[in-house]
Design a protein around this ligand. Structure first.
Ligand code: PLP
Length: 429
């Protein structure tokens, strides 16, 4: 397999870009080797600059749920482009996308569009503080909520449980109102409430996707919500990853829980930079211009991004691929477990709708600590063998694999064959 052109661009990129990337996970640091440079993508397939073709299970870390360049999305954005790219004034498409999103989340009356998941969450947190008049926020170790200062603690890094900044440049003052709890462990939340009376709310991924996929235990979300209601604190659901991935709407609903504030991103922009936060009227009326919580954006509600989002969600609703996602994920899970058994490798597979991943461990993974028992060296070997066999995976043990509705039977067979070869390679380490 040739990666010559990618290597050339990598060397060139190092001059004026940091590590030749604009987001760290793209650098392949945890699997070794140099990053791939991409030329184009269509449907389920992505092509690098050396013309190697891969079945894409990264899908831009989630947004490309219909596969790449779906013809209806392409048509919608091409049409929008003809009218201009940005106006600094409202357009009808913002209202249309807002209605699609609010209709999909029963607890959401109003929504505000921003430009990324990070922005959605930092605004959602500000809103929770504005609404409750309290400052402290509880987050769970291993949950990632974007790169805002206040939540860059135990965010899939090794700093779990200690309230220490997970990044240089984050002052201790910025995280002093952030409390860390253990995912799937309500007692760890209660312990904080026993010590503090100024907790505005709890933020979580309803299904963890940034420590690998970690699903909530049976009544965890329900009991958490009930407890928070008792305490007068808000539940903030970060559905930037899970939104529209396991049903049309939020993962919350599948677990019988409604969050007070919901944050979205990824899928709702269909590949364009869009984030959103929304809630019931009473809460959203805190936001300027209706209320005193300031939040703004020059490019927010960008007309091209709105057109991409509307077309993506409309087509997603029409396709309703969620049963298919579960079936495909189940088949991939079976294939992972079967090959792992054949080559005597310890593997645990977690999945939820169209997100899934194997952990190279014999431990059942229900939180960040357990996820960290994974053998990342094995994952690195597995990853590169998958690449060699034409499957593009996220280059980290702790990222979810994503499925698109463009995956067909032949793609799936290719994935299964690659998995068997990759497990064999791991067994020969
Ligand atoms: C990706 C992600 C974010 C951050 O979104 P960006 O668009 O990368 O800023 C926040 N929360 C969760 C759960 C995510 O998966």
């Amino acid at each position: 397999m040739k990666l010559k052109e990618s290597q050339k661009l990598y060397t060139k990129g190092l001059v004026n870009l940091v590590g030749a990337v604009n987001s760290p996970v793209r650098a392949f640091a945890s699997v070794g080797g140099n990053p791939l440079f991409i030329k184009k993508a269509k449907g389920s397939t992505i092509t690098d600059v050396d013309n190697n073709k891969y079945i894409d299970l990264v899908l831009s870390y989630g947004p490309m749920i219909l596969g790449h360049r779906h013809k209806k999305v392409q048509k919608a954005i091409t049409k929008a482009l003809k009218n201009g790219y940005s106006f600094g004034a409202s357009t009808e498409n913002e209202i249309k996308l807002a209605k699609i999103v609010c209709d999909a989340f029963p607890e959401m009356d109003k929504v505000r569009f921003v430009n990324s998941g990070t922005e959605a969450v930092l605004s959602g947190i500000r809103l929770a503080r504005a609404f409750t008049g309290k400052d402290k926020i509880i987050k769970f170790a291993g949950c990632y909520h974007g790169h805002q200062d206040a939540l860059l603690v135990a965010a899939g890094s090794g700093l779990a449980t200690l309230s220490l900044p997970g990044s240089k440049g984050v002052p201790e003052g910025a995280v002093k109102n952030t409390l860390i709890a253990k995912y799937n462990d309500l007692e760890s939340v209660k312990a904080h409430f026993e010590q503090h009376d100024d907790i505005a709310g709890v933020i979580l991924e309803p299904v963890g996707g940034n420590m690998g996929v970690v699903t909530p235990k049976d009544n965890f979300l329900k009991e958490l919500k009930e407890y928070l209601q008792e305490k007068g604190a808000l539940l903030i659901a970060d559905e930037v990853m899970t939104g529209f991935r396991s049903k049309f709407g939020g993962a919350q609903e599948l677990f019988g829980v409604t969050a007070d504030i919901t944050c979205l991103g990824k899928v709702i922009g269909g590949g364009f930079p869009v984030g959103a936060y929304g809630a019931r009227n009473e809460i959203m009326e805190m936001v300027a211009p209706l209320g005193g919580m300031y939040q703004a954006g020059t490019l927010s509600g960008n007309p091209i991004a709105m057109a991409g989002g509307i077309a993506t969600l409309t087509e997603l609703k029409r396709q309703n691929p969620y049963k298919k996602f579960n079936k495909v994920a189940e088949e991939i899970e079976k294939s992972l477990l079967k090959s792992a058994k054949k080559f005597e490798i310890n593997v645990t597979v977690n999945r939820f709708g169209s997100m899934m991943n194997p952990f190279f461990t014999d431990v059942k993974v229900t939180n960040f600590e357990e996820a960290q028992t994974s053998d990342t060296k094995k994952f690195a070997v597995f990853f590169w063998e998958m690449i060699k066999n034409g499957i593009f995976l996220p280059p980290s043990q702790f990222e979810a694999w994503f499925l698109s509705s463009a995956l067909n039977k032949a793609d799936l067979n290719k994935v299964k064959l690659a998995i068997d070869k990759a497990m064999e390679a791991v067994s020969k380490m």
